[in-house]
Ligand binder design. Structure first.
Ligand SMILES: CC(C)(COP(=O)(O)OP(=O)(O)OC[C@H]1O[C@@H](n2cnc3c(N)ncnc32)[C@H](O)[C@@H]1OP(=O)(O)O)[C@@H](O)C(=O)NCCC(=O)NCCS
Length: 157
């Protein structure tokens, strides 16, 4: 049985997050596909880790980090946008489904009532499946992307 654990990211994860951020499939899935520079990454990460408007979590399988999920709160709202990825060596093992499921659960435990929003390229079939599997509903359709949403916590029904 694999052991899965989700935990907060720290500055010790800077190199790992940098490697994942520059993975070709991750740049391809992103809306800004430019490669990321180390110095920019480090100051960006330090800002995110300090901010109460962002939460970065790492999923570990048998104590090995296998993916990251980041929630960023939209300005003055209870909507958190989602960015996530799974290490290329560990794709196709349901860890995408798992990291969104555990990440959402973590955030609801911390924040109470929350809404989630995620924009996904139409070409990103695995990610569309991940959000559908996790009970997200299609909120809107743009020319090259779709937006998924989900509401959790108090008064969500
Ligand atoms: C999207 C991503 C996180 C999915 O992670 P994953 O661990 O491979 O996903 P899962 O194993 O949970 O699979 C989810 C579904 O996609 C399918 N899938 C996985 N890889 C696939 C591929 N290369 N082609 C087609 N379908 C694929 C799985 O079979 C599964 O479908 P099912 O529900 O019908 O069984 C991973 O591909 C990734 O990191 N991509 C780059 C970053 C990215 O796209 N992030 C999301 C931005 S919105």
């Amino acid at each position: 049985m694999r052991q899965l654990r989700i935990r907060r990211a720290t500055t010790d994860d800077a190199r790992l997050l940098f490697r994942w951020a520059n993975d070709p499939a991750v740049r391809e899935a992103a809306f800004n596909s430019d490669p990321i520079e180390w110095d920019d990454h480090l100051s960006w990460l330090e800002g995110k880790l300090r901010s109460e408007e962002s939460v970065i979590l790492i999923l570990e399988m048998d104590a090995v980090p296998v993916g990251q999920i980041r929630f960023d709160r939209e300005a003055s709202s209870d909507v958190w946008t989602i960015d996530y990825s799974v290490d290329r060596e560990f794709r196709g093992m349901s860890l995408g489904k798992e990291i969104v499921s555990q990440g959402v659960e973590y955030l609801v435990r911390q924040m109470g009532k929350v809404r989630f929003s995620a924009e996904v390229k139409k070409s990103n079939v695995p990610s569309i499946k991940v959000f559908e599997f996790n009970g997200f509903v299609l909120e809107s359709v743009q020319s090259h992307s779709v937006r998924f949403a989900r509401t959790d916590g108090e008064n969500s029904f």
